[in-house]
Design a protein around this ligand. Structure first.
Ligand SMILES: Cc1cc2nc3c(=O)[nH]c(=O)nc-3n(C[C@H](O)[C@H](O)[C@H](O)COP(=O)(O)O)c2cc1C
Length: 373
């Protein structure tokens, strides 16, 4: 049984002490500090067991089978938190791995603390991401906004790094691979996704699921261009054919497509044996600093839109008898927002922004509220 007194004390400490301190500085600075802390935590052998104890005290085992994966709990940490640092080339990223640098801060400590984590997004080639201030928070609506721009070490270095630490990887984790931004040629896009995937497979890494991210709004691309019927079909077909049967394919989609496009995508996913759809990624809106730039909104400001998308997908699923699962993602921060997805028939959800507003044991808090409210 999750320890409710432990959760309540943790929540109080986070709300009264940790969060005010974290929120004193900018979201950007807080993000950088948290990555530093994770890098340090990953190195502390003696603390890993304590993180596991925190996890066990906060979260009941509540198994759910979703998208072909047996999860210990219905809440997962979404992609984008444990995704690694950026590099301007593959040689530099591989050299950092060889020097023993931690290029994916949180890879060891976060799964121990929060449970299932989706690592990534990783792209075929490393990316430095966007310069300057790229993360904001809107406290009133409990939202975040970011234009990190798919900063990541690239799939080859990420796979090499995870391989080095294979014995320390969690039993259950996902890998999220994003299509290469700026690539409009479909053959090249497909080739780069398959190459990225191959780096993980040839290192004998066996994630519990593989998410194909066709919906990142913070790059040089318009993500809706990746989510056309033909493109999505070809990509999903290629990836499913390439994946071992034991690794199910999930796809992560945008929150702002035309309603009919969701129906088309559901048909494509069903026909190409995609096992789950993550609804949704962030919603592009002008940034607080520069209205001519857009950045992905998440948390409270995304929630209603993401729920509406999930509702449309669930409706299509039941109309046509599709067997793939819908995974809620967007503003899941408490019992009410969790139930908004659950009452549609969504069996599992992902969260990111809730970590910022409710602290590291947020999954335990949400599920405890769901069970006791
Ligand atoms: C700073 C930041 C970086 C993110 N990076 C990624 C990413 O690399 N890949 C991805 O699929 N989603 C990424 N996301 C989106 C989240 O996975 C999630 O879909 C979104 O934040 C909505 O969930 P939330 O409302 O619980 O935050 C990112 C989100 C944030 C806030």
């Amino acid at each position: 049984m999750a320890n409710r007194a432990f959760l309540a004390a943790n929540h109080l400490l986070y709300r009264r002490i940790a969060r005010p301190v974290i929120f004193r500085g900018s979201a950007q600075r807080a993000h950088e500090q948290i990555l530093k802390l994770l890098r340090w935590l990953d190195q502390q052998d003696s603390l890993q067991g304590i993180l596991e104890k925190f996890h066990d005290a906060a979260l009941d085992v509540c198994p759910v089978n979703v998208g072909g994966v047996e999860l210990a709990s219905p809440l997962m940490l979404a992609a984008g938190f444990v995704k690694g640092v950026g590099f301007d080339g593959e040689d530099a990223a591989l050299a950092a791995v060889q020097r023993g640098e931690n290029i994916i801060p949180g890879w060891r400590s976060m799964p121990r603390l929060v449970g299932a984590v989706e690592f990534g997004s990783f792209t075929r080639w490393p990316r430095l991401g966007n310069p300057g201030n790229v993360i904001w928070r809107d406290v009133r609506t409990r939202s975040t906004q970011n234009r990190v721009g798919l900063k990541n070490p690239g799939a080859r270095a990420a796979a090499a790094f995870l391989k080095l630490h294979q014995d320390q990887l969690p039993h259950i984790y996902g890998i999220n691979i994003a299509v290469s931004p700026g690539v409009s040629d479909l053959a090249q896009e497909r080739r780069e996704v398959l190459e990225a995937l191959d780096f993980f497979l040839t290192e004998s890494l066996h994630p519990s699921w593989l998410t194909l991210n066709v919906s990142c709004p913070n790059t040089e691309d318009d993500p809706s261009g990746h989510q056309t019927e033909d493109r999505t079909r070809q990509l999903c077909e290629a990836v499913v054919t390439h994946l071992p049967q034991t690794i199910p394919l999930w796809v992560k989609i945008s929150p702002d497509l035309a309603p009919e496009q969701y129906d088309i995508l559901m048909r494509v996913f069903a026909e190409t044996s995609v096992r789950a759809v993550i609804a949704t990624n962030t919603l592009a809106e002008p940034t607080p600093d520069a209205p001519h730039l857009t950045a992905g909104v998440a948390g409270g400001k995304l929630h209603d839109t993401a729920v509406a998308v999930a509702a449309r997908l669930i409706h299509e699923k039941s109309q046509h008898g599709y067997t793939l699962d819908i995974i809620g993602c967007g503003g899941v921060q408490d019992a009410a927002t969790y139930r908004d997805f659950a009452r549609l028939g969504v069996k599992a959800a992902q969260y990111w922004t809730a970590l910022i507003y409710r602290g590291p044991l947020t999954a335990g808090l949400i599920l405890s509220e769901v069970n006791h409210d």
